[in-house]
Write a protein that binds this ligand. Structure first.
Ligand code: UT7
Length: 322
């Protein structure tokens, strides 16, 4: 059987850091409130002119270096993003051009905060069927550009960044299973309402900001992350105590803690980076993964569980032998 193995990880966070204290100056909020309710301490914000593909490329190059591959080895590129450089072509095609490679399929996946897990699901299936051998899978977001900086209910929650993995075909166990789901009935609880709409005016970008019913999203996220974990473990006949590392979507520390509790996992076995970069949507899982791989917590042979939840709603998981 052919598996997809994570051969390399990479990440990028913009240089500019905005701490909670900095936000106190521009809106009615406090460092204490943000830390207590979300676990977030700071977020990184892309510089003027810095794009989704700039960040994605930096993360990709790190992952390629760890995997010890040249760009010419890549035969599939998938980018999870809701903040592409352009409406089209895809950010994946822009990455392909910037890597100087030609011909392999390259496309974006828009599944909001579940974008990376969705991309991993598709890349894994491409590798399993023999359609690809070396996939570059990226999550990259410049959420600061769709954040309403006057809305304290959302502005404190989001940040910019990118994470990437190189997946390689292997006889050794790697991705054991992926699981993805959506339920469009929750569209209005978390969305950026602007788009092409129904008029002939073309794309309306003014006011194109994230709107969220935070509390409703919170409750649904906790319940859904519990059910996706059960589905993933049961589908593989694996006991929750066998998991070495939970790498959840980094939106809110309270959601992450609730997910860990459902798995009976101590927080020592959960990778938490939300304090450092806030919610970076599709970039958050690969950012967290890269942190724990590079600081030596995650070791080869360990069992990892990725869990994602986002607008749509979309949700998904991946069980991986690293
Ligand atoms: O990536 C997936 C999508 N996103 C998420 O997973 C986020 C899910 N939701 C959340 O993380 C949480 O719901 C929030 C962090 C957004 C909010 O936490 P909460 O415990 O659900 O608080 P709340 O919305 O019920 O608001 C509590 C209070 C309100 O004041 P009143 O009505 O009780 O007087 C808010 O107006 O906190 C107030 N509040 C703030 N206060 C200080 C809301 N935002 C802020 C703020 N600073 N930034």
């Amino acid at each position: 059987m052919t598996y997809s193995r994570i051969a390399g990880t990479g990440a990028y966070l913009p240089e500019k850091v905005v701490a909670n204290k900095d936000l106190e100056k521009s809106m009615e909020t406090s460092d204490e409130w943000i830390r207590e309710r979300t676990g977030i301490c700071r977020r990184h914000i892309a510089a003027d002119g810095e794009t989704c593909s700039d960040m994605a490329l930096a993360a990709a190059r790190q992952a390629m270096e760890m995997a010890e591959i040249e760009a010419t080895a890549i035969d599939l590129i998938i980018v999870g993003t809701v903040t592409p450089d352009k409406l089209f072509p895809s950010t994946a095609c822009i990455i392909q051009r910037r890597l100087g490679i030609h011909g392999c399929p390259a496309f974006d996946i828009q599944a909001a905060c579940s974008g990376f897990v969705y991309a991993l699901d598709v890349a894994n299936r491409q590798i399993q069927t023999g359609a690809a051998t070396t996939a570059l899978v990226i999550g990259s977001e410049v959420l600061s550009r769709i954040t309403d900086w006057e809305d304290r209910g959302t502005a404190v929650l989001f940040g910019d960044g990118a994470g990437a993995v190189i997946l390689q075909a292997s006889d050794e166990q790697g991705i054991i299973s992926t699981h993805i789901h959506s339920d469009g009935q929750y569209e209005d609880l978390l969305h950026v309402p602007q788009g092409f709409g129904t008029s002939s005016d073309g794309l309306r970008t003014e006011g194109a900001f994230i709107q969220m019913d935070g509390n409703a999203v919170f409750r649904r996220a906790v319940a859904t992350l519990g059910s996706i974990a059960r589905e993933t473990l049961a589908g593989n006949g694996i006991d929750k105590h066998d998991i070495d590392w939970l790498i959840p979507h980094q939106a809110n520390l309270r959601i992450i803690s609730a997910a860990a509790k459902k798995l009976d996992l101590s927080m020592d076995h959960v990778v938490v980076t939300v304090d450092e970069h806030a919610n970076t949507s599709s970039a958050s899982i690969p950012l967290a993964l890269n942190t724990a791989v590079r600081d030596g917590r995650i070791q080869r042979g360990q069992l990892l569980l990725f869990e994602a939840f986002g607008a749509g709603f979309t949700w998904g998981s991946a069980l991986i032998r690293f």
